[in-house]
Design a protein around this ligand. Structure first.
Ligand code: SIN
Ligand code: FE2
Length: 217
């Protein structure tokens, strides 16, 4: 590790930060794989492009999404669900790269959740002003498995609360390469992302990309 990189990590905070029992922020965990991750995202989105989906209430989301893996998370007027078929193309979602699986599995293990085998990877793209309101990830059949979330590109403010919507939330700055894992007692914690501040990232420009790995079925 170079002195510069070490300084950067120290400036961002400790390498490992507990958010709550069962929830941990692993600073820079995805940093070594960044180039391969971005190349894989380009390949995936060439097949299954980013689109802004509509919520069951008829609201168009500000975050653009796509998926890879056996199933993908989708929302439309009919509700939220995991679907093996991309409704935009009528084809299965692109395969989940081995690199993605390995990163998710090793991050989960590092956080105390060995044996994580994701079958869904939601890919979120935030442009300045895009946000994700406070929500729980509860469309997965088995909430025994954790959620692994990888941040790339522009920094974001991640909100992490408790099991009730009204519980106080803490704010964390997530930067390129950071990974957050939540499971066990934190698996159904409310979380969200504040409106993305404008900026310019060396590799992603005016964008943040987030990967969330789930065990959906
Ligand atoms: C999500 O909750 O699905 C996304 C979280 C993030 O973008 O960091
Ligand atoms: Fe979520």
């Amino acid at each position: 590790m170079t002195a510069d990189l070490f300084d950067g990590l120290e400036a961002a905070g400790p390498a490992r930060e507990a958010l709550a029992p069962g929830a941990v922020l692993l600073r820079g965990f995805a940093w070594p794989q960044q180039a391969e991750l971005l190349a894989a995202i380009d390949t995936i989105t060439a097949q299954a492009s980013f689109r802004r989906m509509v919520t069951p209430g008829g609201h168009q989301m500000s975050v653009a999404m796509t998926n890879c893996g056996p199933v993908g998370w989708v929302t439309d007027r009919g509700g939220y669900r995991y679907d093996p078929i991309d409704p935009q193309s009528g084809q299965p979602w692109p395969a989940m790269p081995e690199l993605f699986r390995e990163l998710a599995e090793t991050a989960a293990r590092e956080a105390g959740f060995a044996g994580f085998a994701p079958d869904a990877c939601l890919i979120n793209r935030y442009e300045p002003g895009a946000k994700m309101s406070l929500h729980q990830d509860r469309d997965e059949r088995d909430v025994g498995a954790p959620i692994v979330s990888v941040s790339l590109g522009l920094p974001a403010t991640f909100l992490f609360g408790g099991l009730k919507r009204t519980d106080k939330t803490q704010r964390y700055r997530l930067v390129h390469g950071d990974v957050v894992v939540w499971g066990g007692p934190a698996r159904l914690a409310f979380h969200g992302v504040a409106s993305l501040a404008d900026g310019e990232h060396a590799l992603l420009g005016r964008r943040r990309i987030n990967l969330t790995f789930r065990r959906a079925r």
